[in-house]
Each structure stands twice: as C-alpha cells, then as structure tokens.
Design a protein around this ligand. Sequence first.
Ligand SMILES: Cc1cc2nc3c(=O)[nH]c(=O)nc-3n(C[C@H](O)[C@H](O)[C@H](O)COP(=O)(O)OP(=O)(O)OC[C@H]3O[C@@H](n4cnc5c(N)ncnc54)[C@H](O)[C@@H]3O)c2cc1C
Ligand SMILES: *[C@@H]1O[C@H](CO)[C@@H](O)[C@H](O)[C@H]1NC(C)=O
Length: 393
Amino acid sequence: MAARQTSDIIIIGGGIVGSALAYFLTSSDDGKKVTVIDRAFEQLKGSTGNAPGFVGQFNESEVLTRLAIDSVKEYLKIPGGLDPVGGLEIATSDAGLEKLNWRQTTAKERGLEARIVSAKEAAELAPDLVKPNHVAALHFPGDGTADGAVIAAFYQSEARAQGAELLEADVTKIHRDDGRVTGVATSAGFIEAQTVILATGIWAQTLADFDIPVPVIPVAHPYMFGEHHEPKPYKSPFVRYPEHQVYTRDHGTFFGLGSYNHKPQAEKPKETAFGNWLEEFDSMLDRALKLIPEKTNLTPREKYNGIFSMTPDNMPLVGEIPAAKGLYMAAAVWITHAAGSVKFLTQMLRGETVDAVVRKALDPTRFQGQDLKSLERESLHCYNSIYTTHESS
Ligand SMILES: Cc1cc2nc3c(=O)[nH]c(=O)nc-3n(C[C@H](O)[C@H](O)[C@H](O)COP(=O)(O)OP(=O)(O)OC[C@H]3O[C@@H](n4cnc5c(N)ncnc54)[C@H](O)[C@@H]3O)c2cc1C
Ligand SMILES: *[C@@H]1O[C@H](CO)[C@@H](O)[C@H](O)[C@H]1NC(C)=O
C-alpha cells in the first residue's frame, strides 16, 4: 500500500483558473497545503492553451466588468502576460453605432476609458484589420491581449515556490462522507482533503455528480491563423465587429480571426479542448474575411475548433457547492475574468466577507430546480449573443 497522501486543499485543473487560484491561496502563510492536480502541466490540454486571449474589460454585466478590471491589474504584473494594445469595436450601421454609444456611456460610468472615434481614425489605429468606410468605432485604450499559457505557467511556478504541490494525475471521483468532502480518487491513488475545488473548465460536468444541475456546456468555436508576416512597426488594438460576430487581432507575426456567426454546436470534450473542424465554419470564415482590408490578404494557414464553456446566463459558476461541505467550483471563467474571479474565491475559502452582489451573480447553485436539458438549450442560445451578457437580478 502506498503511503496515505493528504492535502488541506485540492484544486482539480491546472488551466489559468486552477493555477491562479493556487497562486492566490498560497500567497498568505496560513500553513495550508495546496495541491493542484492536472493530467498535464507542461502542455495544457484545456481551453487556456488555445485561446487567442482578447481581454475586453467592459461587459454589460457590471460584475464581470469589475472582475475584468481586477484581472487586468494582475496580468500586467506578469512578464509577457498582457499586452495593453487596446480594443476597438466597429459599427458598420447606425444601429450598431447606437449600441456603441450606450456601451461608451456605461463604460465611462464604470470608470473605464472609452471613446467614440471616426471610421477614419479606427482604420488608422488598426490599418490591417479595419477598412476606413464603416460608420464609427468605440476605442478602449486600456484593453489588451493576454497569453493564457504564459499566465498559467507563471502562476504555477509562483505557487510551487510558495509551497503548492503540482501533481500530474487523472481525477476520477470526488469522495464525500456524511455531508462533507473527504478527498479525491486519482490515477496516482487516493488523496485526502477537507477542501476540493473543481477548476476543470469544459470537463466540469464529468466529476459533478452533485444534486444540482451544473450547466457548464462545452461548445465548438472556430478560430484561424493567417500566413506569417514581418512584424509591423506599430501595434494594433484587437478589433471586434459585434454586428457580424467577428473578432480579429495581430499575433505579431500573423493575424488571427474568429467568429460566433454560426449555429451553436454542443461538444463532448475528449482528451483536449480541440474538436473537429465543421464544414459550415469554412463559409462563415469566408464571409468574415470580407470585413478585412484586401491589402492585408488574410487567408487561413491554420484553422481549428477550440472548445470553451457556455452557461445559460453567460456568467461563470464560482463559489460553494452545498452538496458537501468543503466543495467549491470555478468553471466557465474566461481568461478576461480569471484572476479577479479566483481572488474572490480565495476570500470565500478563507472565510472572509465577500461582496454579496458578486457572490449572487456567480453562485453555482443559481440554476437549482431547473432541468439540465433546458439549461443546455439556453446556453447554446446564448452563444450567438455572446456580445450581450445578461446578469440575473
Ligand atoms: C478558441 C477559443 C477562444 C477563446 N477566446 C477567448 C478570449 O478571446 N478571451 C477570453 O477571455 N477567453 C477566451 N476563451 C475562453 C478561455 O480560454 C477559457 O474560458 C479559460 O481558458 C478557461 O480556463 P480554465 O482554467 O477554467 O479551463 P482549462 O484551461 O480548460 O483547464 C482545465 C484543466 O482541467 C484539467 N482537467 C479536467 N478534468 C480533469 C480531471 N478529471 N483530472 C485532472 N485534470 C483534469 C484539464 O486537463 C485542463 O488542463 C477562448 C477559448 C477558446 C477555446
Ligand atoms: C461578457 O462576458 C461573457 C462571459 O465571459 C462573454 O461571453 C461575453 O463575450 C462578454 N461580453 C463582451 C462584450 O465582451
């Protein structure tokens, strides 16, 4: 028999969410042992490894806006973590501009710098990605692009230096006894712990045999890389075309583009957060590429289906799971909100007073009493309105 393994806190999942959580939990010297378990740490298998990393802080949800502002503050401390290139939203119609006007006013009320710029100025800010003939644009100078893999690796090594253990194994079950968590069964044996946090991203449902529905719905999402180019002598903000559900950025030596403008497609994730490329994605990319200036000559060199999670209200699930004492989760969290979300969870885990509004908005039990099938339908429906998030009140 192997020696009994124990930890105070087990985090399942070493993507940006689990890794950041390990870092913030080990940042105090409360002497608690933290173990992060993932199937692989070097080459991330989850969404964090293949996300293009757009970080737009303004969100219709006030809670998400706050979490994003907090996350950006953290990522700016990490070498290579976040490039503050700014973000541009392009209006291609008067109705689109009306939306941007609302977004600008609301963003400013929330303390974010945001300005409406002319179509010409937008094209000057991002000459390779924006034609000069649109209606107008909204510029967020404080936004940027994040490197999820760099951020996760940074938090992992800092957490390890602060005493966390990183264990490569497959977790097969969360054990509970008499209403409380007792540990997890893994491919490397049983590990005892009084506190377990699920940070398993698109795999959240696999281990969630709780008595509440966990509507973390994995969906297909197409992204493409263009041919390599010489690095530009200027940095362009990332660009979104909300009316067309298209977004694009310069990755330095190539451009990238993604789109939500297709029928939502649920996925059953296997080993990694990559799914099969769907035929309908091709015509959709063709349409999206028409938005890009011709001189850029953006053509796909590589295309992939990257899987991430949707929820019925487009909000993450972060907090306590009442099925067992000591059980928590942090899933459907975007890179944009990851550091802020896990700082909130860290306060909760330490028994500190947390912001009641954030707690309610992210509460993983908020779908209690609803059936998973309808929740899945609602989540898929949300996919096409990903630029409009509704906070439940
Ligand atoms: C194509 C694409 C584009 C995106 N664009 C953006 C964007 O522009 N901006 C943005 O903010 N976000 C974006 N996202 C979303 C973002 O990538 C994710 O929300 C975020 O990375 C989720 O992090 P995570 O740590 O929760 O999950 P993951 O990174 O998926 O990590 C979960 C980890 O859990 C591990 N795991 C799961 N089950 C087990 C088990 N049983 N035992 C052991 N380990 C387990 C996995 O191996 C994995 O490493 C995008 C995602 C994709 C795929
Ligand atoms: C707001 O956040 C949600 C959840 O992370 C995301 O799906 C949505 O795209 C965000 N909205 C904007 C406009 O960035």
